[in-house]
Design a protein around this ligand. Structure first.
Ligand SMILES: [Fe+2]
Length: 231
């Protein structure tokens, strides 16, 4: 199980503080992952399906929200570069091909399993909070890149050889990460947003990732009648 360590940063936080915490959050998730061979075929299918339910239709929307939230040229340039690649290379199509080939297209149950925390992410993005949004992007991009070997292995064990999605997203791009944290620095100079919980979006995304890997805890199952807040 992923450890839910309490993550705090000094207020106001520095970029280095934030980067250190984001890297630790990602490390915690990665070191807690189950071995793909230890999972049943249905468990492996479910992880791929829940990941697809989250990423296929939402990543570009989140990046668009981030573009609307940020104020610095550096952050805008970084996000536009990301959006251009997503659209030009049809990443949602790549995602769908990956899920189809692994016979893991999301079912209604898979979609509902991630809905509670996906809703919290949507509401968080809707706040258009510049610094916290860039931090959440840094967390998610860092996570995805390091999650790809696990996801690819699940698909391989399900009999798939369609690995374009995991190959494209598993590239470790140090320069890209540095640019992202330079954009964060620029954003922190321009806003006073850094005094709040700058890790809020990253923490919500971590909860969503936990749902993807393990399925939601019973108490978290989506209830459309329940009031949902970001916190
Ligand atoms: Fe992508």
């Amino acid at each position: 199980m992923i450890t839910s360590s309490v993550v705090t940063v000094a207020s106001p936080a520095t970029t280095a503080d934030i980067q250190e915490h984001v890297v630790r959050m990602i490390d915690d998730i990665l070191t807690s992952l189950p071995s793909p061979e230890s999972l049943s075929a249905e468990d492996r299918r479910s992880v791929i399906a829940r990941y697809t339910a989250v990423l296929e239709g939402n990543f570009i929307y989140w990046m668009t929200g981030a573009y609307l939230a940020v104020k610095s040229d550096a952050a805008r340039a970084k996000i536009i570069e990301n959006l251009r690649e997503e659209v030009r290379d049809a990443h949602p199509l790549m995602m769908r091909r990956f899920a189809v080939a692994a016979r893991a297209v999301p079912t209604e149950a898979d979609t509902l399993a991630v809905q509670q925390n996906l809703t919290r992410v949507r509401l968080f993005i809707g706040r258009l909070s510049p610094v916290a949004t860039v931090v959440s992007m840094a967390f998610f991009e860092g996570f995805i890149q390091r999650f790809m070997p696990f996801l690819a292995e699940l698909a391989r064990l399900q009999g798939s050889s369609e690995m374009q999605y995991t190959d494209v997203h598993g590239v470790c791009d140090i320069e890209h990460t540095e640019e992202l944290y330079r954009a964060l620095e620029a954003e922190m100079v321009l806003t006073d947003d850094a005094v709040g919980n700058v890790l809020q979006g990253a923490e919500i995304l971590r909860a969503l990732v936990t749902d993807i890997v393990y399925g939601p805890r019973p108490a978290d199952r989506f209830d459309p009648k329940a009031a949902i807040s970001v916190n």
